[in-house]
Write a protein that binds this ligand. Structure first.
Ligand code: AMP
Ligand code: MN
Ligand code: MN
Ligand code: MN
Length: 276
């Protein structure tokens, strides 16, 4: 059976391995078709494509776009995009610039809470001058002794209601889907089980996503437990969306599933790759 993994990160965003090493690890662990989906960034794809060719696996050009939907941050995975498409690339350039200003504000917020120099601290963990994320703050907070591990860093800081969280306006869902479709890709709602939405809001999100031409829900993810695999497979069917799967790998030991460990889609699910 062909093994698909359609969501992961490299050092071009907040992952710990270079695009080449991400591809090599995935290939060595049995992945046949891999999408590299760095946050708001396409710069790792050229390198990943070369590595995929060398390893004999198929690379899907992807990206994970940050979106604001009704004041909630949602992630939308783009699959099969043309990375050279100007509107998408220019849009993401702008999004990454917004991340720089946001990171300064996160640093100020942490300073107000008695943790000075976190912005500079986070920059020491940044692996691409083009992109800073909360993950880099988390790694700094852990190594500086303010948090035990990633989960703790996000729980105590960096999430709504905590010092170190700053609200940020990302592109709208319509804008993100427009960029993805303009670049010839398909849009997938990443890890839908992670969002703090009630059942009604969740259905509103999926309906709006479908009406905008969105293609799939990520059903099998490191962010989901087995009950959620079944739950989101059902919801995908109800909303006429396909099902996707991805580890959301960032580095060894950081997520529930490493490459090659993803369970299959629930029986009866229509996969996002059915017509690839
Ligand atoms: P950002 O795009 O800068 O808002 O950072 C989001 C990233 O932070 C996600 O892609 C994850 O890598 C990481 N992240 C968010 N929430 C958590 C969490 N609760 N535990 C561990 N990592 C998290
Ligand atoms: Mn991430
Ligand atoms: Mn995500
Ligand atoms: Mn991700």
């Amino acid at each position: 059976m062909t093994q698909y993994d359609l969501h992961c990160h490299s050092t071009r965003s907040d992952g710990l391995l270079s695009p080449t090493d991400v591809v090599r690890r995935a290939a060595a662990r049995g992945v046949d078709v891999l999408a590299l989906t760095d946050h708001d960034e396409l710069a790792g794809l050229d390198e990943a494509r070369v590595a995929a060719h060398e390893c004999g696996i198929r690379l899907i050009d992807g990206c994970e776009l940050s979106v604001t939907w009704r004041s909630t941050t949602i992630h939308v995975v783009a699959l099969g995009i043309d990375a050279g498409h100007a509107a998408l690339a220019d849009g993401l350039d702008e999004v990454r610039r917004g991340r720089d200003a946001r990171a300064r504000r996160i640093g100020e917020s942490l300073a107000d809470a008695g943790i000075p120099d976190a912005f500079e601290g986070a920059l020491a963990y940044v692996t691409s001058a083009r992109l800073v994320s909360r993950t880099h703050f988390a790694r700094h907070l852990i190594d500086a002794g303010h948090a035990r591990d990633m989960k703790d860093a996000f729980r105590r800081y960096l999430t709504p209601g905590n010092p170190g969280y700053v609200a940020h306006q990302w592109p709208s869902l319509a804008q993100a889907i427009d960029w993805i479709h303009g670049a010839g890709g398909r849009a997938v709602i990443a890890h839908p089980g992670r969002y703090k939405l009630d059942a009604h809001e969740r259905r509103a999100l999926f309906a709006e996503f479908r009406d905008l031409g969105g293609g799939a829900l990520e059903v099998v993810s490191s962010s989901h437990d087995p009950a959620q695999f079944a739950e989101f497979a059902t919801l995908a069917r109800v909303f006429g969306l396909a099902a996707s799967c991805g580890t959301d790998f960032h580095g060894e030991g950081e997520s529930r599933f490493d490459f090659g460990e993803l369970p299959p889609l629930p029986a009866g699910a229509v996969s996002v790759w059915a017509n690839w």
